[in-house]
Design a protein around this ligand. Structure first.
Ligand SMILES: C[S@@+](CC[C@H](N)C(=O)[O-])C[C@H]1O[C@@H](n2cnc3c(N)ncnc32)[C@H](O)[C@@H]1O
Length: 230
């Protein structure tokens, strides 16, 4: 078993029994084996562990689900802690854009193409139904700019994996203000210089999000960056 899963099972701060933790990890492994995921096991676990140790109030959102591998894992967590979950995605892949990402922080060339990571709505929902807990999920199909307007629920956590800086901007400006005290926002796009520039900007936080810039763990050094709401 992978080191990160063993650490999860042995983490005594997590508010689940040993059997519940083992059962959850076995289901996560089944998801890893059966759904094409664009995240590493430890990245999703970081988000899940924060929610299980901080126990913030509110619902959970995921923005950017692709085939639903992360959604299935987060839905199992949400079910275990009695929370509702919302999954936002175009189900048409990435939108048209004119962003030039050049190289990521690891020196690798990055290009994002319109339509990349497209996954059919029915296939994604069926993956979550088969391997996660689809019944506690609401899937919201469409571009973020069109679907976020009606969403106002207090948030325990937001997991953002959307690749483009404009999509990260839309997610953070929408979700950060809704986060409860102790709530966690993870962004999987911290390896992209344009995203780092955005999240490091006081002007972005003060004039677009409407608060002072919070401490952002991993900003500039990690792919998965994390903010805990004070
Ligand atoms: C890298 S994939 C997500 C991978 C997924 N989290 C996983 O672990 O397998 C990025 C997703 O973001 C979605 N996306 C990006 N920008 C979007 C936008 N502005 N509106 C709606 N969906 C968007 C794409 O459709 C795609 O499914």
């Amino acid at each position: 078993m992978k080191e990160c899963y063993l650490k999860f099972i042995n983490n005594e701060k997590i508010v689940l029994t040993d059997d519940e933790k083992k059962s959850m990890v076995n289901k996560f492994i089944t998801i890893d084996e059966n759904i094409e995921c664009v995240h590493k096991e430890e990245e999703l676990l970081t988000f899940i562990e924060c929610l299980l140790t901080n126990k913030p109030e509110g619902v959970i959102v995921e923005a950017g689900c692709y085939k639903g591998g992360g959604s299935a894992k987060i839905s199992l967590l949400s079910e275990a802690i009695n929370k509702k979950m919302y999954v936002f995605d175009s189900f048409e892949g990435l939108p048209e854009h004119n962003e030039n990402h050049e190289k990521n922080i690891y020196g690798k060339d990055v290009t994002f193409v319109k339509g990349e990571y497209s996954s059919a709505y029915d296939q994604t929902v069926s993956n979550v139904k088969k391997y996660g807990s689809e019944k506690i999920c609401t899937f919201v199909k469409g571009w973020f700019k069109d679907t976020f307007g009606d969403f106002h629920e207090p948030l325990a956590g937001a997991y953002i994996d959307v690749d483009l800086v404009e999509s990260v901007r839309e997610c953070v400006t929408k979700f950060y203000p809704l986060l409860s005290k102790g709530g966690v926002l993870c962004c999987h796009d911290g390896h992209l210089p344009l995203v780092i520039e955005l999240l490091d900007s006081n002007d972005f936080w003060e004039n677009q999000v409407g608060c002072s810039k919070p401490f952002i763990e991993g900003l500039g050094t990690e792919k998965l960056i994390k903010i805990i709401k004070e």
